[in-house]
Ligand binder design. Sequence first.
Ligand code: SF4
Length: 282
Amino acid sequence: MGYNLQVTIDKDSGFCFGVVYAIDMAEEILEQDGYLYCLGDIVHNDEEVARLKAKGLRIIGHDQLPALKNEKVLIRAHGEAPDTYRIALENNITLIDASCPVVLKLQNRVKTSYDQQEKIFIYGKHGHAEVIGLQGQTNGEAVVFQDIAELDGVELPNSFTLYSQTTKSVDKFYAIKDELLSRGYDVKANDTICRQVSNRYEDLGAFAVRFDKVVFVSGKKSSNGRVLYDVCLRSNPNSYFVSDPSELRRENFRPGETVGVCGATSTPMWLMEQVKATLEGF
Ligand code: SF4
């Protein structure tokens, strides 16, 4: 006997406009040229990357860029540091720039702050492509931290400017700002979190409470995936994180239950549909 689960996909989950833009651009060129280089994973989702690789997308690392000449290279939504543009110019590489406009705007703000000789702190994930791109605007001088504890015991300037990676949690950003202010620093805090992610908090919370169980679909590398999964868990403790349908566990479900399927801004709709189909087959 099947479980006959009642499965609903969250219609507001799935790619944000920055990712849609980058993938559309890639697919257009892949159709024309049959192949295209892309600097780093185009989206933090292995399944979507595999789909595009099969169409000719060649993912390369930053260390491979200097060896490339006279080719087209896609810059993904996270944006790039100035070094990448310089290397491309030297090597006659045509950059297909799919940097998200929200990220580009933030890069410009960070650069303007740097040019005005402000001390810059970035609340973001170490080693994340977007954060590297932001740090690049400051000649590597901006201090990156992903947890306030990293600033304990560090001598901070009396006054500094704080920015946030676009996919960080709004609540945590404001908690950090308040904490730094209460420690007596003159902090110029810029909430530069992308609303494509943060607006989903409330919507996703409201979605998650409606079901017996929730399945959140996301790549493990996606930072907004982690944040959004936490939102689901808070609204519904019976929430499960999976990267693809093979990670679903039948024993987590009971016959006749309602299940909500949702995902991150890097989760393709086709993958959520596969998860739904698998659940319906239980
Ligand atoms: S989450 Fe926001 S900043 Fe990041 S790619 Fe999507 S739209 Fe752009």
